[in-house]
Design a protein around this ligand. Structure first.
Ligand code: DGL
Length: 266
């Protein structure tokens, strides 16, 4: 039994899709969320910068006495997770392997699509993990950098988003993928739009997969809060709170006032 909160972080609002699944799956737990709104996007940055930013956020979350940290960012998960896990004495849950495990159960024809940020696709991690998990898999990866600003803007379903998604996804549909991993946590905010375009292709939402993995991890390590239910969640950002609060309302269906912190101090 451990009543300390769960730390969750992302470059911005994307990790709210993970926070939302975590809050649903683990109603007794409190969440401390950090969104790096001053420095989003991470997807176009180098491994060194993504890791530097992630380290600062981890130090901030440790100051909030969290019991586990969920790297709710595909970019930081695929580029910085192994470094963070070596440097810090706290368990981490990252988002790539839970999505790959779910995909291995779902695909029938073993032709799999992965979409993510430029840095995630460049890391090659999804391809390595998928090849290990699915014998003979054919993997087609595609960076979709415009999805992040569209999601940050709250443009979840409009014409611009639809056209952008059509252009990005047609190439994967032409390869006859039967499953598609959303390898960036911003993308579930565009889920309706993506679903309309890919039709019967099974979508693996890494946010759901990760929440399930976290639940299992807490249970196996006796870290669940088995006492009284969570009192509250806390949301922190490194810059503007307005947009964040708006997307937070959309993603969590709850009102939260984010608090701005100077992340450079950590
Ligand atoms: N939500 C993030 C991810 O899962 C990051 C997007 C970005 O900052 O470029 O990759």
């Amino acid at each position: 039994m451990d009543a300390r909160p769960i730390g969750i972080f992302d470059s911005g609002v994307g990790g709210l899709t993970v926070a939302s699944e975590v809050i649903k799956a683990l109603p007794n737990e409190s969440v401390v969320y950090f969104g790096d709104t001053a420095r989003v996007p991470y997807g176009s940055k180098s491994v060194e910068i993504i890791t530097k930013f992630s380290r600062q956020i981890v130090r901030f979350l440790l100051s909030k006495d969290v019991k586990v940290i969920v790297i709710a960012c595909g970019t930081a998960s695929s580029n910085s997770y192994t470094i963070l896990a070596q440097e810090f004495d706290i368990p981490f849950i990252e988002i790539t392997s839970p999505g790959v495990d779910d995909c291995a159960h779902v695909t029938r024809n073993k032709i799999v699509g992965v979409i993510g940020t430029e840095a995630t696709i460049r890391s090659g991690l999804y391809e390595t993990l998928l090849k290990n998990a699915i014998e003979g898999a054919q993997i087609y990866s595609k960076a979709c950098p415009l999805f992040v600003p569209l999601a940050e803007e709250g443009w979840t379903q409009n014409t611009v988003t639809r056209l952008t998604a059509e252009i990005y996804l047609q190439e994967l549909l032409d390869k006859e993928i039967d499953s598609l991993i959303l390898g960036c946590t911003h993308y579930p905010l565009l889920l309706n739009c993506i679903r309309d375009i890919v039709g019967s292709v099974r979508i693996i939402n890494a946010a759901e997969s990760t929440a399930r993995k976290l639940k299992q991890f807490l249970r196996e390590n006796a870290l669940e809060n088995t006492g009284s239910p969570a009192k509250s969640h806390a949301f922190y950002v490194s810059d503007n709170t307005n947009k964040f609060n708006r997307i937070c309302r959309l993603a969590l269906r709850q009102e939260h006032e984010a608090i701005k912190v100077d992340i450079e101090k950590y």
